[in-house]
Design a protein around this ligand. Structure first.
Ligand code: SF4
Ligand code: SF4
Length: 402
């Protein structure tokens, strides 16, 4: 009797179809290998929200009885493999209706595997992935994050590559032949995705991670209110009025202290304060009241509140004033305005490096302009699928004030 459990950690909406296809693929592959399997989503992640981390699970067992025994649990508390389909989730996961920041490897069993799609070196990822009190393996499928919308699915073979990689990690449960047969059946006999699965199986990079490696920071956590501290009835307190920033000047809006948005983010705004015309549009339009009004009348986005939606970049009328850059390019949530105020030349050099850094995937949420998919696909194919494509930076530049 043996079973194998895995979780797929994904970005709500943008990767919903990808995650369910991976889990379904695991179950179909298990059936081809003569085993039993089931796939399900976590209730706590519904309703899904754009970019908010969410989880699907798949369990494979030798017998139907053993599968049912595992299904009786509300949610797996430990998994053999954590599959992470966006490497910015390496910084941690705080899903819908969840509490505090969970390390991406929190459920990974000692000796288990974190399988991630990423173009970053393992050492860079380990700067973000929290330390664990047990050794595990980091396995990398070399690919950029696959994003699409709620009803569409991006046919870039990510699910086939992940399944091929999984067959290398857990060959006793999912043989490569079983995975290939399952893909072929699901794809009406097409060999193209089967070839992708085989390539990923062959090219998978693995690296042992010992207990001294990883981000040493304590994940964000807080005390849950006790039942006797809760108010009677159903009451939702209004957000209090904000306060001045410093010396009675500026303005800091109040935000929900229990729901930090930064784990939702795959991109963040980088602001060129020298180009700001103080129009207030970013402040007005930000759906999460992220912007602090600084004493000198500029707008500084709080990186603990920002969900990375990109609205500020879209509404800002000043050319190249706000640019969305991959979250993978940043190591902290420090104030950009403070850095600019302290040393303007240094900030300008930092900003120029971030905005032009093609080594970090400049990404977008799904499809933001007509023809984007075709454009990115062409660039991928021309460069063997490895080149990083720019999507958003400068997208609206032609419509802005120089
Ligand atoms: S990306 Fe911009 S608009 Fe969106 S939450 Fe962050 S600061 Fe606000
Ligand atoms: S939208 Fe752009 S120009 Fe307007 S206040 Fe914000 S950063 Fe400045």
């Amino acid at each position: 009797m043996a079973h194998f459990t895995c979780e797929v950690v994904y970005r709500g909406i943008f990767q919903k179809n990808l995650a369910s296809r991976i889990c379904r693929g695991i179950v179909f592959s298990a059936r081809k290998a003569g085993r039993w399997g089931i796939a399900f989503g976590r209730y706590g992640d519904s309703p899904q929200r754009n970019g908010i981390p969410a989880k699907d699970f798949a369990i494979v067992a030798d017998s139907q009885e053993e599968l049912e025994q595992n299904m009786a649990r509300y949610e797996p508390q430990e998994v053999d493999v954590t599959i992470c389909v966006d490497d910015t989730l390496a910084k941690g996961v705080e899903s819908w209706a969840w509490y505090g920041l969970q390390p991406i490897n929190r459920l990974t069993l000692p000796g288990g595997t974190v399988l991630m799609t990423s173009l970053q070196p393992a050492e860079d990822l380990l700067k973000d992935i929290h330390k664990k009190e047990a050794a595990y393996t980091l396995a990398l499928v070399r690919a950029k994050a696959s994003f699409s919308g709620l009803w569409v699915y991006r046919e870039d073979h990510t699910e086939a590559r992940v399944l091929g990689a999984l067959a290398r990690i857990k060959p006793d449960f999912l043989s490569l032949d079983a995975v290939c047969q399952a893909i072929k059946d699901a794809e009406w006999g097409s060999e193209v995705k089967v070839a992708s699965a085989r390539k990923a199986h062959e090219r998978l990079e693995t690296r042992p991670v010992n207990i001294t490696e990883g981000n040493a920071e304590t994940p964000f956590s807080f005390e849950k209110p006790k039942w006797w501290e809760m108010r009677e009835g159903v009451s939702i307190p209004a957000i209090p009025v904000g306060k001045p920033m410093e010396g009675g000047k500026g303005y800091v809006p109040e935000r929900n202290p229990y729901f930090k948005k930064f784990t939702t983010r795959t991109m963040r705004p980088v602001i060129d304060f020298d180009k700001c015309v103080k129009c207030t549009l970013c402040w007005l339009q930000c759906p999460d009241s992220c912007f602090n009004v600084t004493p000198d009348g500029l707008y500084d986005a709080d990186m603990e509140a920002c969900c990375g939606c990109g609205v500020c970049e879209a509404v800002c009328p000043a050319k190249e004033c706000i640019t969305m850059v991959s979250e993978a390019a940043f190591d902290d949530n420090a104030s950009q305005w403070e850095a600019w105020r302290k040393d303007k030349d240094r900030y300008r050099a930092w900003l120029a490096a971030k905005v032009s850094d093609k080594a970090h995937v400049a990404r977008s949420h799904g499809f933001r302009f007509r023809g984007q998919y075709a454009q990115e696909l062409k660039q991928d194919l021309d460069t063997g699928g490895m080149e990083i494509t720019t999507g958003i930076p400068g997208e609206n530049a032609d419509r802005k004030t120089p």
